[in-house]
Design a protein around this ligand. Structure first.
Ligand code: DGY
Length: 327
């Protein structure tokens, strides 16, 4: 078959921060234009919008009705993330645009980071690190920097999907009991991990550690508000590696200052890249800049998933990794 003339070939716009290598999978099938920022995306759309068949974006790009309206030939939005709250799904569905994400490949990296946060808060790693570097350390002391033991405690997983499951498995290895609150029951996993499915209030009330692994939706926004935080034990730790707006940060800051919670480990924040000033000032928090999936290997695999979905849809096949439907 004769190769298509360059100008007839489908055009795919891909965020320049997404690793290059895997995108060679599109060679021969489409022209790929990379954009470094919103301004460059804007320029590409203004110049070549009607030719664009695929879009590869990171989670900081809002793909909304207005953007989609300017891409009449668009067939796929491939999100470089497992969470896809940056895409207006109903608007994409109305236009027949497929939306894909990167499940599985980042599960272990994110679960590891979740445990790094749990341990950092429980064992006061930041305070300990500061003391070790300060030149003020006077040597071993029986009451120095006493932390919270986890073995024998209860880990509550909010959202027992892939990442929640991986965090729960690691919790078992740390000798913790697992309880969970999730839309769907996981009876086989319950048996395997001796886990119990509870109502949200009960799960919050029994947990030594509460770890959030839910998507951000209208239902989960501010799920952890003042009222729900008040159900947690005063010696409990809250960890969020999912999406910042699931936690009402103002309420969390109040709860920490009021001694209603032992501490919090947050990889994600309500108004990224802003970090809540009272949470930043608190000695009870460990705060990270959204690095759950940030390993070299994982970020490469995420790019492979973006590339395989773009390739499939532009080539007329169904996407291998569509976002889950409603319900
Ligand atoms: C995601 O994939 O949704 C994470 O937040 C970034 O990897």
């Amino acid at each position: 078959m004769e190769a298509r003339a360059r100008s007839d070939r489908p055009l795919v716009l891909v965020d320049a921060a997404i690793p290059d290598g895997p995108l060679t999978a599109l060679d021969g099938l489409a022209d790929v234009a990379r954009f470094a920022d919103a301004e460059e995306l804007e320029r590409l759309i203004a110049e070549r919008g009607p030719r664009v068949r695929g879009l590869g974006v990171q989670l900081t790009t809002a793909v909304d009705e207005a953007l989609l309206a300017r891409l009449p030939a668009l067939e796929i939005v491939a999100d470089y993330a497992v969470g896809y709250d940056n895409v207006d799904l109903p608007a994409a569905a109305r236009r027949g645009v497929a939306v894909t994400h990167t499940p599985d490949v980042l599960t272990d990296a994110t679960a590891d980071l979740t445990w790094a946060l749990i341990l950092a808060v429980a064992r006061r790693l930041l305070e300990a690190d500061r003391l070790a570097r300060s030149g003020q350390w006077a040597g071993w002391h029986p009451r120095q920097l006493l932390g919270r033991e986890l073995t024998g405690g209860t880990l509550a997983i909010l959202g027992l999907g892939r990442i929640g499951e991986a965090v729960a498995r690691r919790g078992r290895a740390f000798g913790m009991r697992v309880v969970y609150w999730s839309r769907s029951a996981r009876p086989a996993l319950e048996r395997e991990l001796e886990a119990r499915r509870l109502e949200l209030r009960e799960a919050l009330g029994v947990a030594d550690v509460v770890s959030i692994h839910l998507p951000l939706t209208d239902e989960t926004r501010h799920l952890l508000d003042a009222q729900r935080l008040a159900h947690m034990r005063s010696d409990a730790i809250l960890v969020n590696t999912a999406r910042g707006p699931i936690v009402d940060e103002e309420a969390l800051a109040d709860a920490l200052e009021g001694g209603q919670l032992l501490g919090a480990g947050l990889d994600v924040h309500e108004r990224e890249p802003d970090v809540h000033p009272r949470l930043a000032a608190s000695p009870r928090t460990v705060l990270l800049p959204h690095v759950g999936s940030a390993t070299v290997a994982t970020r490469e695999r995420m790019a492979e998933v973006v590339a395989r979905n773009l390739r499939a849809v532009i080539g007329g096949e169904p996407p291998p990794d569509p976002v889950p439907g409603p319900g």
